[in-house]
Design a protein around this ligand. Structure first.
Ligand code: COA
Length: 245
């Protein structure tokens, strides 16, 4: 089974053109959301990520970008609402300052997260507050503050990818599940960590697969996909450039 992960670095895109195409591509609700942003920078970023999302989706079914319809679960996760697609398409979008990530799978529920890692963050304090005790212990045992910082973003993106794949967002407490990593410094590598759950979540590690990696010096990304036990998942990273037509 394949999962495509489309990374969009806004510095490599023709953002002006993408944003100005949004009037003809986004639906009424998206346009209303776009127009509610106070700052032009935020309006443009929303427009670019949602135009990109629609263009990416049009690679997976014979629909034009403007033809995609969405509905939302109780917690706000968007899913495709177009009837009569030959094959169900699952997707998830994440954006951060300067970039976006779209994950697409034909077969399985997916969640993705991308974070810009250059921002100031009190990593250990945030970890203490939100992550599981096992994760906090492993993070604190890392020898340098730079390794702790890298681990914090590894965990953050992975945890977000899981709660987004479940579609429940922060209704799932972040300390009720834990990721463990292979020994050694994982910070510059692509890793496939293991998850474990507290019994309260009633979930099974056998049906989940994850990927996590840095992208350049500024971003870190993760994806989660729900599979059948034992399934082989291939995560394929793809890059968008120009106006991505
Ligand atoms: C909404 C949430 C699911 C992710 O939010 P986020 O990390 O701020 O934002 P992302 O850019 O990764 O994802 C937003 C996109 O996910 C999708 N989304 C919205 N609700 C979702 C849900 N319940 N499940 C999955 N995806 C969802 C939407 O496409 C949304 O994009 P849009 O707002 O442009 O339409 C939720 O988990 C949240 O609010 N997280 C807060 C992050 C945080 O504080 N984490 C603490 C870690 S220390």
């Amino acid at each position: 089974m394949e999962v495509d992960l489309w990374f969009a670095d806004y510095a490599a895109l023709r953002c002006e053109e993408l944003a100005s195409s949004s009037d003809g591509i986004l639906d009424t609700e998206e346009l209303a959301r776009r127009n509610r942003f106070v700052f032009e920078r935020d309006r443009r970023s929303f427009a670019v990520s949602h135009v990109l999302l629609r263009r990416v989706l049009s690679r997976y079914a014979p629909l034009a970008p403007a033809e995609w319809r969405f509905d939302f679960n109780t917690w706000g996760k968007p899913r495709i609402a177009n009837p009569n697609l030959e094959r169900a398409v699952y997707f998830n979008l994440s954006h951060t300052r300067g970039a976006a990530l779209v994950g697409v799978s034909y077969d399985s529920e997916i969640g993705v997260d991308i974070e810009q890692t250059e921002r100031d963050a009190s990593c250990v304090e945030l970890a203490d507050r939100y992550f599981s005790p096992t994760e906090v212990r492993a993070l604190r045992e890392l020898p340098s503050s730079s390794q702790q910082r890298e681990r914090f973003f590894e965990l953050w993106t992975l945890k977000e990818s899981y709660i987004k794949a479940r579609g429940m967002g922060l209704a799932i407490p972040l300390d009720q599940f834990s990721f463990s990593f292979p020994p050694g410094d994982t910070s510059s590598a692509e890793v496939t960590p293991r998850i474990s759950f507290s019994p309260t979540l009633g979930d099974s590690p056998d049906v989940w697969q994850f990927i996590q990696r840095p992208i350049g010096a500024s971003f870190r990304a993760a994806a989660a996909v729900r599979t059948s036990p034992g399934a082989t998942v291939q995560f394929l990273w793809k890059q968008t450039t120009g106006d991505f037509v």
